[in-house]
Design a protein around this ligand. Sequence first.
Ligand code: GSH
Length: 81
Amino acid sequence: MPDINLISHHLWPYVQRAVIVLSEKNIRHERTYIDLANKPDWFQKISPLGRVPVLQTSEAVLFESQVIAEYLDEVIPASIN
Ligand SMILES: N[C@@H](CCC(=O)N[C@@H](CS)C(=O)NCC(=O)O)C(=O)O
């Protein structure tokens, strides 16, 4: 399974859409929280719209919560741990 990092912010519902799929499928992942009022340079480089959520895997960088949710649902197997 690819390593998964969800670039996130604590408050926002679009992030929660991805978090819900990760949680429901029990997918092991990391979360990196960023300050949207002071976006880090590395984030600006990988996020074409400068918005969260962004999903990083060893295979892809995805943005748009609906796309992320569909990718997680269809491509990443649920974890039994
Ligand atoms: N259509 C996008 C919307 C994402 C979005 O609006 N994210 C907000 C937080 S929920 C954001 O990053 N805002 C920061 C900005 O626009 O600078 C999605 O579904 O992922």
